[in-house]
Design a protein around this ligand. Sequence first.
Ligand code: NAD
Length: 433
Amino acid sequence: MEKVRIGVLGAYRGTSMINYCEASSKAKVVAICDKWLDAIEAQKKNLNDDSITYYDNFEDFIEHDMDAVILANYANEHAPFAIRCLNKGLNVFSEVLPCQTMKEAVELIETVEKTGKVYAYGENYCYMLAPYEMKKLYQEGKIGEFEYGEGEYIHNCENIWTSLTYGDENHWRNNKYSTFYCTHSLGPIIHITGLRPISVTGFEGTMNKRRLNVGDKGGSFGIEMVLLENGGIIKSIHGGLYKNSVWYSVYGSKGRMETAREDAKAGEVSKIYVNADEYAGEYGEEHLESYEPKGYADNLDKYFGHGGSDYYCMDQFVKKILGENDADIIDVYEAMDMFLPGMFAYRSILNGGIPMDIPNLRDKAVREKFRNDTMCTDPNVAGDKLIPTFSKGTPSIPKSVYEAQKKEMEKGLENDIYFKEATTQGKINKESE
Ligand SMILES: NC(=O)c1ccc[n+]([C@@H]2O[C@H](COP(=O)([O-])OP(=O)(O)OC[C@H]3O[C@@H](n4cnc5c(N)ncnc54)[C@H](O)[C@@H]3O)[C@@H](O)[C@H]2O)c1
């Protein structure tokens, strides 16, 4: 295979993966699908490439002759589409999150096992320069055995909420519970250590005016306190607190390391601080190493979103399909290690804050207990296992909030800040160097 032929479902966030293909010599976009026709038209104009076929529905799109599909559709609907694609013989790159119920988790894992196709979970934050360097150092044994770590993904999306949810009161972002979107904070620590989470206790942020005013029905932030298989502990925090912050810290038996934090720009976790000389106790400057890890080849990361990780994450998927053994993808089991702590943290919250075991779905016997578990906040999927978006009950938000947002969106995509940012990120303009 000379170039991997890629189809993209979801023309909004999907722009990032389209841009990867434009920049890479290893992949090519052959089809783009979105039911939102404005987004299709905007992509046509943006890409100006007659070799790409556009679809407004998944049923026709999946019949296109291609090698792999990027799922950048709604975050709570990835699993059913992934299962359809894998069964069709297609490799799958799934945006966050991998699934929304345990039933889907079991089905997804079994479909990956049955088909043998590549499934890569697109947790791009693992591939930001500093956390990726932390993974390398940890795997080299530089700080010894993992004892404690923190992951922080604070994103106050208040000012872009209309762009993100376009006045759809049932949009997944409005219906998600506080600990659902957990993998940007937890994922990198799991990827750094390679350890499996075994239990979790969840905490839920307040239901406050900032969230209600934009139409969000979940708690403002979520915390997972996670116990790992080696006895190590992770604190993972994510959501809409006052000021954006992306930060990771790991303590081991003979050292510690962390990424830049204070006022670091969201998505640009570029610097790393390491104490790894087995000196314990009071630390002077002489024991601290701090540097910016080397960027990717051709400075490609400079042009891509989330500190360049959008490029690298896709690149590993494409390499894996092309048979490169050292490709570092996040497989379906690791995807669940990153996501199930958030799912079970909410079950912990709903049960008064008791710790919950995190099932190990690698074990076939464990799967049986969860095969029919549809518990979630999506009324289309939950059946009789529908849970509230907030522990004290789903709040009722006046229709007028969503109506005002719909009106704002009528101004058109060309005025949409989120879309504009997505289409310009990753565009390589060597002349401007
Ligand atoms: N990793 C990151 O840094 C990052 C950043 C932003 C978004 N995301 C993820 O990207 C995904 C998409 O998010 P988004 O921000 O673009 O917003 P979104 O979820 O509102 O957009 C999904 C897009 O898919 C289309 N779509 C959904 N179902 C479809 C179907 N059945 N057929 C055709 N089109 C369909 C929608 O019309 C929409 O344009 C989500 O999973 C989100 O979590 C990830």
